[in-house]
Structure formats: C-alpha cells, structure tokens
Write a new protein. Sequence first.
Length: 283
Amino acid sequence: MTRETVEIQRAIEDLLEHDRGILHLRQEIRKSRINRFTLVSVYSSAPALLLALFVGNILAWDRVDLARVNIVCVPILIALLILCVVVRSFSTTSPSQFVTVVREEWKSGYTGKKAIDLELAIERKRLSAASFTFPPQTRRHIYKESAPAAIEQYRSEGLHYRRIHNVFQSVIIIGSLGTSTAASLADTPAPYKWITVSASLSVGLAAGFTGYFKFRERSFYLQQTADSIEEEYDAVNLKVGRYKNSTDDEAALLEFTDRVETLKNDQRKRQQQLDQPTETPEG
C-alpha cells in the first residue's frame, strides 16, 4: 500500500468522522424540535379547549343547546390534563424532592445552540476537506457512490409533495360534493348552513394553495429526476445503454458524473421556474 493511498484513506476517515458528528447534531436538533412542539401543543391544548368551549357557549347562548358537546368535552379535558402530567414527567428531572428542573434538550434555547454547533461542524468539515487534495478519479468514485443518497432525497421530497397534493385534492373533492349536497337542501337549519360556508371556504383554500404552490408538478419533476439518476447509476454499473461500448472505466465515470450533474442542474432550473409567481395577463 503506497503512502498516497494511506493518506487518502486517512482523509476519507477524517471526513466520515465529521459526517458522523454532523448527522448526530441534526438528529439532536430534530429531536429537540419534536420535544418542543410536543411540550407546547400538550400544554396549550387544555386551555385552548376551555377557551373554545367558553366562546362557543357564549355565542350559542339561547340559540343552540351545547350541553351534549360540553359533556363530551369533559373526559377529553381530563385526558389532556393527564397527558400534561405525563409529558411533564418526561420533560423534567427532579434532583431533589422540592426542586423540578426542565431537561436541557426540552428547553427553548437548546435548538439554537445545536444549530450553531451544526454550522461550526459543517465549517470544520469544509476546512478539513480543503486541506486534502484527492485525485479527480477518487472524487468521481465518491460522487458516484453518493448517487443513491441523491436518488433517495429526490424521491422523499417528491413523496412529500405528492402527499400534500393528494390531501388538498381530497379536500376539494369531498368539499365540493358536501357543498353541493348541503346547498341543495332548502330546509337546512340556519346554524348548519355554516357547514356549507366552511366546506366552500375549504375548497377555495385548497384549490388556491394547489394552484399557487404546484405540489403535483414539484412531485412529478422530483420523481422524474430520481428515476433518471437511478437509470444512469444502473447503466454505468452494468455497462449498458450509453456505457455499453465503453472500455475505459474512468471515461465512463466521467461521462456519468457529467450526465448526473446535468440532471441535477435541470431539476434546479425547474424548481426555480416553479418558485416564480404566476404572471397574470394585463387587461
């Protein structure tokens, strides 16, 4: 094993160690955000329910009998209070019998501190990578092996946008049918006509968000890019397609790198076009 090979392996291990620290910090930030969201949601749920019942009973006084609703909400309120106690036991520690301290990872400033640590860790990795000089062939091999991660990222983002699009489309379909059905009932009581108004508003909002943010198009392009990169990755590994007659592995790897970068640049351009607001024709 030559000295150059040993230095390359040492540099790769050093970069992998930086990646391990970065992934660990990102996991801690994600966990901290979930903890804070859980804490705020649970602690605010019981007061929000009480406020909603109070306002609802005032607005419906002498018009709608909300006794059944109030009876149903009592066990829900008790369950929320029990949930608050459970979450409190997870989010605090008791060093003594009379002192209760919030755990560090549940505090509001914990995420900000970890975000700063993450930025510093990324900068350390950049400085460490700048101190090593990898041959172009090594960089291309590393780039090739990072293609599956890029494929998974594009597909995950595409699935995310597709789910949002499906939710909005479901709201539009169900809301449209509900609105037309409720509106066709001529003897609908006045309080229940708010259902028609709410359904119509939901349909309008869902249609507006779908048309403005273009979730379906985003999902389609991300999935298309992921499939194209996967096709190139399989082709260069199996020596098929455009790489069928290639006898030089380095030349094939160079062509693969160029092709994947072209696909990524095309995806970025499409993303920028989707981010642009829709132009309205001037009257």
